[in-house]
Design a protein around this ligand. Structure first.
Ligand code: TYD
Length: 139
């Protein structure tokens, strides 16, 4: 059995309050996203042509948002792959546990905001792709 496929990673529309002075998007844990938010980090200053990610997680849920610019996220559950392009600050990509992800095609000046369901835990990472495949096959 393989739990969690790439088809469980959905684009979530986020709130957007618009006025003449600009927009605001609010993300609330357990309301806008199906997890409590324990950690926030963001990627920026990615050199052109660079790839980030390249790992899976055993338990972590994440919401990924292109708060500025655009980039692609490749999702891989060991069988199926999907590429999702993120280019709007009012939409986020939910990544469920057990998905190998790679981020690439960062536009100049792009910022990748990540909301995470747990504190940082290196033991939750699977950084080797063959280990990830074995892990998925054992589920
Ligand atoms: P990593 O998750 O491998 O980056 P990415 O998936 O974006 O390519 O993390 C890069 C480095 O930062 C690595 O040394 C671990 C460290 N790190 C933390 O210390 N805490 C964190 O919350 C995160 C996400 C990374």
């Amino acid at each position: 059995m393989r739990i969690n496929s790439v088809y469980e990673c959905n684009i979530l529309p986020l709130s957007k309050i618009h006025n003449r002075a600009g927009n605001i998007t609010i993300v609330e844990g357990e309301k806008s996203v199906p997890f409590d938010v324990k950690r926030i980090y963001y990627l920026y200053d990615m050199p052109s042509g660079e790839t980030r990610g390249g790992h899976g997680h055993k338990a972590l849920y994440q919401l990924i948002v292109a708060t500025s610019g655009s980039f692609d996220v490749q999702l891989d559950d060991g069988v199926n792959k999907r590429i999702v392009r993120l280019n709007r600050p009012d939409y986020g990509l939910l990544i469920v546990p057990g998905i190998w992800r790679e981020l690439f095609e960062f536009s100049s000046g792009s910022v990748c905001l990540v909301l995470a369901s747990t504190k940082y835990d290196e033991d939750d990472y699977i950084r080797d792709y063959s280990e990830f495949q074995l892990y998925k096959n054992k589920l």
